[in-house]
Unconditional design. Structure first.
Length: 766
């Protein structure tokens, strides 16, 4: 027996052995018939051997029948080992029974020759031979056993008979025996290959089934008629069918409509999905389609055309993916603090809205900016700042409607898009209501904060509206609101655009003027109250625009600050003023204005040092004018810069004194040398007693602090007289003593005593 190699071989072998035990009745019938035939021969010959052989055949076949039936009944063949045991027992029984048949034939032909016996024995053996293949193909040894124990004795007996014809017949039986064995082998071979093919197919089918039902996607395969031939469990689960078999032999449309009937899907969606997917399959394309079911799930269908079949549709429950995509999209579109659309998404919404609807309507955009929000952040911290932003968002949200989209535009800016503005008046009313609601107190983390905002708005016809252009215009209007004192909103006007363009142009020209060194410096005399002689002068920058004429530094200095190039102007003025001052008589000093940005860059100390070094001017003759706004929020750093400058020997004057909020605190904290009282204090000093008292108070207060006082903007003799009598500052500056002059103009005034000295004396006498 060949050893079985594979599980398939083993499986077949067990089956074959079982087949041996299939029909014990046939064996019994044959055995009993054979026994009776032997007894029949005893009847003709009266030789007891036939009786013995007949009995042996009867007993052995009955015994064999009983054992075989037992095995069959008890299902004793379960595995390879039990099959081997059973096969061995079967063969053993077979050897005995077959040997008795062989003995019967050998006896009838050779030992106790009898014509009927001979015929009967050969008939019995041949009948056995005819059926042995059918019965015993399952056991290769069994056929051989039959051949050796039954057929071979017949052949041997015929050959031993001693007659030529018998001898030939005996010889003929040998190849017959071989043919018999070959036939059994062939039957066996054919059966084995058929069975193993079947088993393999079954195996593949099982694997396919397992793969199909363990895949994470639902799958439906459609045949050429568009009906389901394969469907897995997942498909049934996803579509809420009880069993995958319920999906069989139905069209996709029928399946989807059944899902629709269960209420999971609208009929419209079902028909749409069927049409789209089937069309894609028929066109040989791949198509993905996502449907939302009424139970909240999202199913993604993918249709692919097939080769032999029509196509395959897979579907996947993508609810989690859709939800996380939604979350990511939400995070990308909405501001996390206020939950309002962010700037990008607001832009998208605005574009989307403005591109649809009535083409004759007017749309509007408002940009709101909190006034002095930075102070809240700086003084109370960012969490309170965030709380304030949130409080404002909550005040704005009630205005959200089909026509109004509100966004946190960034930082402390909010934007409102009005999709349909009936007219400017209605819009203004609406905006005033929003503004009034917004302005007021907000309670944030135990603080009561005052909300104050500025706004810029623009209205445009929707036809041809350009969202970016609207933002620019609303920004310009906002800029105007900030310029004009905050806490209000302005509607954009063309003039603002022109102003903006003018400003842009001026910026370009200013940069060129600085590059070309086209700025010049003039000097305004500063006169001693005591001597009425020049004590110094203030260097003031001048820009003569080739087309627009003289541009005030009050305009171009802030512009240069905005552009971040003001330090180049300061450097130019410092250099020029120092070089000039060296050329003037010793008693004339020069003052140079510094800008806020100079202080913030921190390079200013080195610039001053270089200007002094390059010109050879004695540091004592240089004075720097700083305004309050120029002084940093960071007091410690301001102090350090000022101390560094003072260490060089230059003097520091606080310019425009009295126009800021905290002039007095600077006087107290910083090592200043002088204050320059702003000309606004002088305005009605001649008529208004209180104004005079105020001015005198400031001067009196400065003296004990060791500060010199300059009063700016002296324009009339009247003013001078009042100052001389009641205030007596150290120095005076103003058009009365001269407008800003060229350097040679100052030189010319070096030894002049202003005639007012005499006049003052005269007026005092009178
Ligand atoms: P400021 O430093 O207060 O300069 C005094 C301004 O008052 C000058 O105007 C001057 O011409 C003007 N002024 C002088 N006397 C009178 C008067 O009697 N009546 C009136 N109504 N005005 C008088 P200017 O030159 O137009 O400068 C304006 C401001 O521009 C200056 O104010 C200063 O803050 C700034 N500035 C000028 N030049 C420079 C500069 O080189 N660098 C920096 N950073 N700022 C400068
Ligand atoms: Mg000044
Ligand atoms: Mg001033």
């Amino acid at each position: 027996m060949k050893p079985e190699k594979t599980s398939v071989d083993r499986h077949i072998h067990v089956g074959f052995v079982r087949s041996l035990f299939e029909d014990p009745g046939v064996l019994l019938t044959a055995g009993v018939c054979n026994g009776l035939i032997a007894i029949l021969v005893y009847g003709t010959t009266r030789h007891p051997i036939y009786l013995i052989l007949g009995a042996a055949l009867l007993v052995s076949s009955t015994y064999r029948y009983l054992t075989i039936r037992h095995v069959k009944k008890t299902n004793a063949i379960t595995d390879m080992a039990s099959a081997r045991r059973a096969e061995r027992a079967y063969i053993l029984g077979g050897i005995v029974q077959s040997a008795f048949m062989g003995a019967f034939a050998f006896t009838a032909i050779v030992l106790v020759p009898d014509v009927f016996g001979e015929l009967a024995a050969i008939a019995v053996i041949m009948a056995g031979a005819a059926t042995v293949v059918g019965r015993n193909y399952g056991s290769r040894p069994m056929v051989a056993v039959f051949g050796f124990t039954s057929v071979l004795p017949v052949a041997a007996a015929l050959m031993l008979k001693g007659e030529f014809n018998y001898f030939l017949l005996g010889l003929y039986i040998v190849p017959f025996m071989i043919i018999l064995m070959r036939m059994a082998a062939n039957v066996r071979g054919i059966l084995i290959s058929a069975i193993s093919e079947e088993l393999k197919t079954k195996d593949i089918a099982q694997r396919f089934d397992r793969a199909l039902n363990t895949m994470p996607h639902g799958l439906v395969m459609l045949d050429a008629e568009g009906k389901t031939v394969v469907a897995n469990m997942r498909a049934a689960e996803a579509l809420r069918f009880e069993d995958a078999s319920l999906l069989q032999r139905r069209t996709l449309k029928a399946l989807l409509l059944r899902v629709a009937a269960s209420g999971l899907l609208s009929t419209k969606d079902a028909s749409f999905a069927d049409a789209e997917l089937m069309k894609a399959i028929r066109d040989g394309r791949e198509r993905r389609l996502r449907l939302k079911l009424t139970d909240g799930r999202h199913l993604e269908f993918t249709a692919r055309a097939g080769r032999d079949e029509l196509g395959v549709i897979t579907f996947e429950d993508v609810t989690r993916r859709v939800e996380s995509d939604d979350k990511i999209r939400h995070m990308a579109r909405y501001d996390s603090l206020t939950g309002l659309p962010n700037r990008d998404y607001f832009n998208e919404l605005m574009i989307e809205a403005s591109e649809t609807g009535d083409r004759r309507r007017t749309i509007g955009l408002v940009i709101l900016d909190l006034d002095d929000f930075k102070t809240v952040n700086d003084t109370l911290g960012h969490p309170v700042g965030d709380g304030l932003i949130d409080a404002i968002a909550r005040k704005l949200k009630p205005f959200e409607s089909r026509d109004i989209v509100i966004s946190r535009f960034g930082g402390d800016e909010f934007a409102l898009y009005f999709d349909n503005v009936p007219d400017a008046d209605t819009f203004t009313e609406r905006m005033n209501v929003i503004f009034d609601t917004l302005t007021g107190d907000a309670h944030v983390a135990g603080h009561v904060l005052r909300i104050q905002a500025s706004g810029g708005a623009v209205l445009v016809p929707v036809h041809g509206a350009d969202v970016d252009g609207m933002v620019v215009k609303a920004d310009l209007a906002l800029y105007r609101a900030k310029e004009l004192g905050k806490a209000s909103w302005y509607l954009f006007e063309e003039e603002m655009d022109q102003a903006f363009r003018r400003k842009q142009r001026l910026k370009i020209d200013l940069r060129a003027a600085i590059e070309d060194k086209a700025l010049r410096v003039v000097y305004q005399p500063i006169v001693s109250m005591e001597t009425m002689q020049i004590a110094g002068c203030e260097a003031l920058c001048r820009w003569d625009h080739p087309e627009l004429g003289a541009i005030s530094p009050a305009i171009f200095i802030p512009l240069a600050e905005e552009m971040g190039i003001v330090s180049r102007i300061s450097e130019l003025v410092l250099d020029t003023a120092c070089r000039q001052c060296v050329l003037w008589p010793e008693h004339i000093g020069v003052s140079v204005n510094l800008s806020a940005k100079d202080f913030r860059s921190g390079d200013i100390v080195a610039t001053i040092e270089r200007a002094l070094g390059d010109s050879g001017l004695c540091a004592r003759r240089l004075e720097l004018e700083v305004t309050e706004t120029a002084l940093l929020d960071d007091k410690a750093m301001t102090r350090r810069y000022i101390e560094d400058m003072k260490r060089m020997g230059v003097r520091i004057a606080l310019d425009d004194f009295g126009t800021g909020y905290s002039s007095l605190s600077y006087l107290h904290n910083l090592p200043l040398d002088k204050i320059k009282i702003d000309r606004s204090f002088l305005m009605d000093v001649t008529q208004n007693r209180r104004a005079l008292d105020l001015l005198r108070g400031i001067v009196d207060m400065s003296r004990p602090l060791g500060l010199a006082v300059t009063i700016e903007g002296v324009e009339t003799f009247e003013q001078l007289k009042t100052l001389a009598e009641h205030v007596r500052p150290d120095l005076l500056q103003g058009f009365l003593f001269g407008a800003p002059l060229t350097a040679s103009g100052i030189d010319a005034l070096a030894h002049t005593t202003w005639p007012f000295a005499k006049d003052l004396k005269a007026s005092r006498r009178s």
